[in-house]
Design a protein around this ligand. Structure first.
Ligand code: HEC
Length: 161
């Protein structure tokens, strides 16, 4: 009789433990699921926010249409680049600022020209430029007071890199 009682108590204890364990692990799973769901949601909203090629930046340039590369304009752009930009930019290597090579695959042409013509406002209010500014240790991109036409020539030169 005594042994029977002991066994009953033991099995009740074991059952309680098992049930608790089951409930706990189930709620844990749900939490993981919920976490996974918010992660996917975040990823999709992030994707929407940062399609860099849709960002035209902030400044005077609203629309640039790129045709075939104009070699004369690109040559003029190269001269301007060497005189006014090469202190901080090297064509193919990260230097004080990023390398212009391949920049047209990362940024829209309008964004690039606005960054050249209006860097002060860009690093303050444009999402991509703000991040770059942080990445480059808060060294500001200098406004070299180019005209829109000169900035367009530099853009043409960047297309040849
Ligand atoms: C004083 C140094 C300096 C000079 C001079 C300078 N830049 Fe910059 N540039 C930077 C830095 C640093 C950045 C990164 C953003 C920041 O920190 O503001 C940058 C960013 C850029 C970007 C964005 C690149 C990318 O990958 O998104 C372009 C385009 C650019 N510069 C073009 C030019 C052109 C064209 C000139 C010449 C007219 C020029 N820069 C002159 C320092 C400079």
């Amino acid at each position: 009789m005594k042994i029977m009682k002991k066994r009953a108590v033991l099995s009740i204890a074991v059952m309680t433990l098992l049930t608790t364990f089951l409930i706990l692990s189930c709620s844990g799973e749900k939490k993981e699921e919920a976490k996974a769901n918010t992660a996917t949601q975040n990823a999709s909203t992030e994707k929407k926010e940062v399609n860099p090629m849709d960002n035209k930046g902030i400044g005077p340039i609203k629309n640039v249409t790129l045709g075939e590369i104009d070699p004369g304009r690109a040559a003029k752009g190269k001269e301007i680049f060497q005189a006014k930009c090469s202190a901080c930019h090297k064509e193919t290597k990260k230097y004080i600022g990023p390398a212009p090579q391949g920049v047209l695959t990362r940024r829209s042409p309008e964004w690039i020209m606005n960054m050249i013509l209006n860097p002060e406002e860009m690093v303050k209010n444009d999402d991509i430029a703000k991040k770059l500014f942080e990445e480059f240790m808060y060294v500001p991109m200098a406004n070299q007071s180019l005209t829109e036409d000169e900035a367009r020539s530099v853009l043409e030169y960047f297309r040849t890199l």
